[in-house]
Design a binder for this molecule. Structure first.
Ligand SMILES: Cc1cc2nc3c(=O)[nH]c(=O)nc-3n(C[C@H](O)[C@H](O)[C@H](O)COP(=O)(O)OP(=O)(O)OC[C@H]3O[C@@H](n4cnc5c(N)ncnc54)[C@H](O)[C@@H]3O)c2cc1C
Length: 413
């Protein structure tokens, strides 16, 4: 039996080499622990590509940490579904605590209230201290958001966003917003017109390497009945690939991102959207890298202010804002149901089989790519679920299952 100082928990959406949990890591005395686990994969009926994304990115991160000399205790699922069946994160961690006998557990705060609670319970059961460190990935931590919100009668995105622009000196000229106004939303509501969008830039695709191909095979064997498919999996699963995807967006789509942010057209999958949310939410990309790259494109004259401000507002504004609201309002937030809506999620949201054209088109995107851009999410799938009376908790779980970028803090809204 070995005895380690810190057992450092790295969750599947914490794939950042500079993660706070790794601060002060001593390769002689500390061990990283990561786990693919059955219950996180199946407590909602997960899209196959979502499972591939998480496990492939985790395995690449494990290898990158090992290359840096970290000992990584990694629990991989096998193709045999009987093995690990019903074993949750806490069960797997418990077994490893018994083996390693760590003095304490260390982690960066989770993006999921439920996971944070179950890890705390697990630590308590084993009489181990759990040190929870702040998540530096975000511009604004939950305590700062709370302090900001506590001073206000109404919590409004625009106020929060302007505050962060000032605080971090982003798109500011001598205290004034670049381009003379804070928000260019009005300039960003073009349609594709009768003629349609014309030729759209290709989104950079990443060919799966041997590690990712192994994961694809695993998912197809272990979870053959899950929704979606793994064909054409092409997402970034490493930091280098994620940075290439960012550069591709900045060069080819950011200059036109703004005007068509809200536009829909049948068969159009990504349009000028960045398709960076999955890489961002797994922490393969830092939001500062995205914001800085967009601002640099504006300063170099490569992208207009309306496009750059629109993109910055999504990341610095909305993304930080929904996280602040999540931690402020949880755990009750996820259980709210002001309209007492109680219908299950329609079957068409799992198989795409419907003659409602907009829903069918959005669902084709969801099933093929585990993706929909925000107008499809909000105005098509979200609005229909609202008017139909779908239970919000069930709809939340559906998001967690079907969108590759879904993590509890960002999908609960
Ligand atoms: C009902 C509903 C559910 C959603 N669920 C999720 C989710 O599970 N995960 C998720 O990451 N986003 C979610 N969003 C926000 C948004 O739709 C996605 O972030 C975006 O469509 C991802 O595509 P993209 O990377 O091409 O985004 P772009 O349009 O290129 O935007 C750039 C980035 O800004 C951020 N962003 C944009 N809009 C939002 C927003 N409203 N809230 C938070 N961040 C935003 C994302 O990180 C995104 O990558 C949801 C929106 C709605 C209306």
């Amino acid at each position: 039996m070995s005895s380690v100082r810190n057992l450092v928990i790295v969750l599947g959406d914490q794939l950042d080499p500079t993660l706070s949990a790794l601060d002060g890591f001593d390769t002689e005395r500390d061990v990283v622990w990561m786990a693919e686990n059955e219950t996180e994969a199946t407590h909602v009926w997960c899209h196959k590509k979502r499972l591939v994304l998480f496990f492939a990115a985790m395995r690449h991160h494990r290898d990158a940490l090992r290359d840096r000399g970290f000992e990584v205790d990694y629990h991989a699922l096998s193709a045999d579904r009987r093995r690990d069946s019903g074993r949750g994160l806490a069960d797997i961690l418990s077994a490893r605590i018994r083996i390693h006998q760590p003095k304490r557990l260390v982690m960066t705060e989770s993006g999921d209230h439920r996971v944070q609670s179950l890890l705390q319970e697990c630590a308590d059961q084993h009489d181990r201290a759990l040190q929870v460190r702040p998540d530096r990935h975000f511009y604004c931590d939950p305590a700062a958001f709370d302090a900001w919100a506590a001073e206000r009668q109404r919590i409004v995105l625009e106020d929060f966003y302007r505050g962060l622009r000032r605080e971090h000196d982003i798109l500011m000229n001598d205290g004034e917003p670049a381009g003379g106004q804070w928000n260019f939303d009005k300039a960003n509501r073009e349609t594709f017109g009768r003629q349609g969008p014309g030729a759209l830039p290709h989104v950079r695709a990443f060919r799966p390497d041997a590690c990712t191909r192994d994961v694809i095979e695993l998912i197809e064997t272990r979870y053959p009945d899950h929704p979606g498919h793994t064909d054409g999996f092409d997402l970034p699963v490493t930091r280098d690939e994620a940075r290439t995807a960012l550069a591709d967006f900045i060069e080819h789509r950011l200059p036109v991102f703004g005007p068509y942010q809200d536009a829909l057209w049948t068969g159009v999958r990504f349009a000028y959207h960045s398709r960076l949310s999955a890489a961002l939410n797994l922490h393969l990309l830092d939001p500062r890298e995205c914001v800085d790259a967009a601002v640099a494109a504006y300063e170099a004259g490569d992208a207009p202010i309306a496009c750059v401000e629109g993109f910055v507002r999504q990341i610095l504004g909305w993304r930080e804002f929904v996280r602040g609201v999540y931690w402020r309002e949880m755990p009750g937030y996820a259980e709210r149901n002001a309209l007492s809506a109680d219908l299950p999620v329609p079957r068409a949201y799992w198989d795409g089989d419907t003659d409602m054209t907009c829903v069918a088109d959005a669902m084709a995107n969801v099933l093929d790519n585990g993706y929909a851009h925000h107008i499809q999410r909000l105005m098509v799938l979200g609005l229909f679920a609202l008017v139909a009376g779908v239970n919000p908790r069930a709809f939340n779980d559906w998001h967690l299952a079907m969108y590759l970028d879904a993590i509890d803090w960002v999908l609960t809204r």
